[in-house]
Design a protein around this ligand. Sequence first.
Ligand code: TXA
Ligand code: MG
Length: 324
Amino acid sequence: MRANISDIEKAAGVLRAGGLVAFPTETVYGLGANAEDPVAVARTFQVKRRPPSHPLIVHIGDAKHLDEWVADVPATARLLAEHCWPGPLTLVLRRDRRVPLEATGGLETVAVRVPDHPLALGLLSAFGGGLTAPSANRFGSVSPTTANHVRAELGDEVDFVLDGGACEVGIESTIVDATGETPSILRPGGVTREDLETVLGRSLAVHSTSRVRVPGQHPSHYAPRARVVLVEPEKVVAEAELAQELGHRVGVLVPSSFAEAPVKVHAVVAVPGSMAAYARGLYGFLRELDQAGCDLIVASLPVEEGLGLAIANRLRRAAGPRPS
Ligand code: TXA
Ligand code: MG
């Protein structure tokens, strides 16, 4: 059942009492807690089974509140916020003392965004403060894009779930380190690199292994249970059928240009041709193949431009580092 105004009021009450509320954003569902309540924030880490050194994103209801949460805002950050909020962009900036170190994993910077979803904005407005909200999944697994994904994965450990149906973007926000003169992308996501470059009038580097993430510590992020193998688009069908013959239960993400003939494997997903539709569906496809009992998923990387950059980033992480 879709949430209504009285659900939003109830959810805001749960947050005020120190509880955890899962809520939809335009990207994925978040596991919300009062950003100024260190105990509630700490519980988020427990429920996610996430190491407390891994910082959270603070969600706020309006760009005009930005200065209440960060210490100083460079002109470039201001420009990005103006153009992209509400929307799937997260800015990393210097922390104001209002933000507890529990939320930032001990860092002096904080990640902030204004989500573009009526229920998220309604909740933020009813609650009145900021909400830390990591994706509402266990650490390392696939982010939830429906309320049912959240319930299936977190069950009773979340105090309230606001159901907003399926998320529109389907892939997490783009994270930009905006602390210095030269911003850079720490995680590709729902706002494309090209759009950000147009706003800034200059090119942006992608450093998707940020300083806060120790390389090799968390090999596969955004990962389904099944092992993910990436091959060239034209080899997807043949490799998938071969693995199936060798005894695997194979799920395959068939690129749109090769989706003609039937594929003789356990489960088949035809990847949408539009990158927006692919991003929207990606995590659901991975969950679907897990549920079908696949032990191996064969896929290929899309062209890494537009939303294809974020999709390729998630597929690479799901595949984890492969032995060379
Ligand atoms: O779309 C999204 O961003 C979703 C929705 C719920 O808003 N949230 C989300 O949160 O993806 P989470 O916790 O799953 O991912 C947050 C990422 C982490 O990779 C973390 O390392 C990075 O943000 N991050 C947070 N604070 C940071 C900081 N101060 N410096 C660098 N990276 C930071
Ligand atoms: Mg996450």
